[in-house]
Design a protein around this ligand. Structure first.
Ligand code: IMP
Ligand code: MG
Length: 180
């Protein structure tokens, strides 16, 4: 039934540590961007981070609107396929809008680089990238985050929205899957 057995996960970032970083990240964003922005979260991985970040942005005095886009460059394994496709698009016109494009992790950079290009082509005033995690060791295209939660080593991580074969998004912390 499930391709994923039951494994334990070793914590890299606890729920408390993530919450503290999300709060300080919101402060950085509030300093650098206007109060009225559109947060576009990339699904599925970005939804947990987005839910926490928009409330932290509110506390930092901003008025974010939120939309979602489903872009995928991954199958069910741990290696990127290298192709990016749009499975679900945002619903509104984004001309002259300042956008904060948000995702769980910046790895090869293909996913967000493709999304940013598309949003700018549609007339967005600006597109800044906010990534919870950055794995710089795996970059394949030129793409850097404007705001980044944590820089992670070259390990496959799960939790807080990040999955392995659709499991583990529900973990309140981020960690690595232990070998049996
Ligand atoms: P990129 O296009 O290679 O930067 O891939 C980014 C996407 O790959 C992210 O949105 C994640 O869904 C997925 N991904 C990359 N690294 C990991 C990981 O360590 N754990 C879980 N998903 C990952
Ligand atoms: Mg993802």
């Amino acid at each position: 039934m499930s391709p994923v057995g039951i494994h334990s996960v070793s914590t890299l970032y606890s729920a408390e540590k993530i919450a503290a970083r999300v709060e300080s990240l919101a402060g950085e964003i509030a300093e650098a961007m206007p109060d009225d922005i559109l947060v576009i979260a990339i699904l599925k991985g970005g939804f947990v981070f987005a839910a926490d970040l928009i409330r932290a942005l509110h506390r930092a005095g901003m008025r974010p609107q939120v939309d979602f886009m489903t872009l995928s460059s991954y199958g069910t394994g741990k290696e990127s396929s290298g192709e990016v496709s749009i499975a679900r698009d945002i619903s509104d016109d984004i001309r002259d809008i300042d956008i904060l494009l948000l995702d769980d992790i910046l790895e090869s950079g293909r996913t967000v680089a493709a999304a940013r290009k598309l949003l700018l082509a549609r007339g967005a005033r600006s597109v800044k990238l906010c990534m919870l995690l950055d794995k710089p060791g795996k970059r394949k295209v030129e793409c850097e985050a404007d705001f980044c939660g944590f820089t992670v080593p070259d390990l496959f991580v799960v939790g807080y929205g990040l999955d392995f074969a659709h499991y583990y998004r529900d973990l309140p912390y981020i960690g690595t899957i232990d070998d049996d």
